[in-house]
Design a protein around this ligand. Structure first.
Ligand SMILES: [Zn+2]
Length: 282
């Protein structure tokens, strides 16, 4: 059996045909799906889906690019949601510096007054600094919550490797993290594996330009990774560009088996065992 360890079943992309999507996953041998919350409402929907479908488990968290949209006691809301028996981890949380506010500076007329008084690079540094600080605060709060609840963490990291690893360091031994949609080098994988963390791979492993990811797939031990789709995004070849769905976890696992000179059955068994341990599934 395969486990899709990172899906967004609560997204509206699936609202019309979720029953069929789950049936197709089962037909493809994907017997378990972790649906990942990206904010409070999304996490609430993830828990509802886990209640409705036996094969679905929920992960609840606040995505780094959504931190500016939550107000009030979002952490308290996550804590209550995480008490549900089908919540398997906290996330996705982490740091994402891909689109810093300074990139949008020129498109913001409200900032033109500020711009006149302050050198542009100073202003950009202040804005980007506070953007990063809000993400860091939400990330730290969710790491603390995971420790408090004895849960592991699903990490989203983009263009923020050093800061993410630095923030995780004090938690080594207290929680484990999976760096989802891993796209970094074998050396970077080893850096976090040494601290007891894991990585997971998406349909990117099938993309033509993803040689670096395939090098990492080939380099690490079989108990160091899990498989995922990140659906509705990142559909593997031959579905690239279309809506992705959990059934395609099989295509990800098949490609990984090919890269590692292994078999689908072997990759399925190994990643299954890893996912059950990490998410504490029976
Ligand atoms: Zn995601």
């Amino acid at each position: 059996m395969l486990t899709d360890t990172h899906a967004h079943l609560d997204y509206k992309d699936f609202s019309d045909d979720l029953e069929d999507v789950i049936a197709r996953a089962k037909e493809a041998g994907v017997g378990r799906i972790l649906t990942i919350g990206t904010g409070i409402e999304s996490s609430r929907r993830a828990v509802e889906l886990a209640e409705k479908y036996a094969c679905v488990h929920a992960v609840v968290g606040l995505h780094p690019t959504n931190v500016h949209e939550e107000s009030g006691d979002w952490l308290g809301a996550l804590r209550s949601l995480a008490a549900h028996p089908k919540v398997a981890a906290i996330g996705e949380t982490g740091l994402d510096y891909l689109h810093l506010p300074s990139e949008q500076l020129s498109s913001s007329p409200a900032l033109s007054a500020l711009q006149a008084e302050m050198p542009e690079d100073t202003q950009a540094a202040i804005m980007d600094g506070s953007y990063r600080a809000v993400q860091a605060e939400a990330f730290a709060a969710q790491l603390d919550l995971a420790c408090e609840l004895g849960l592991n963490v699903v990490i989203h990291q983009r263009a923020a490797w050093d800061d993410t690893v630095k923030m995780l360091a004090p938690y080594a031994g207290r929680l484990r993290a999976v760096f989802h949609c891993f796209g970094n080098t074998p050396d970077q994988a080893w850096e976090i594996l040494a601290l007891g963390h894991l990585v997971s791979f998406t349909g990117i492993v099938t993309f033509k330009n993803a040689q670096l990811v395939r090098e990492t797939v080939a380099a690490i031990p079989e108990d160091a990774f899990m498989v995922e789709t990140d659906c509705p995004y990142l559909a593997p070849i031959p579905h690239r560009g279309k809506r992705c769905e959990p059934a395609y976890t099989r295509l990800v696992a098949e490609k990984i088996a090919e890269i590692r000179g292994s078999t689908l059955e072997h990759v399925a068994a190994a990643t299954q065992k890893t996912a059950e341990g990490f998410f504490r599934l029976s």
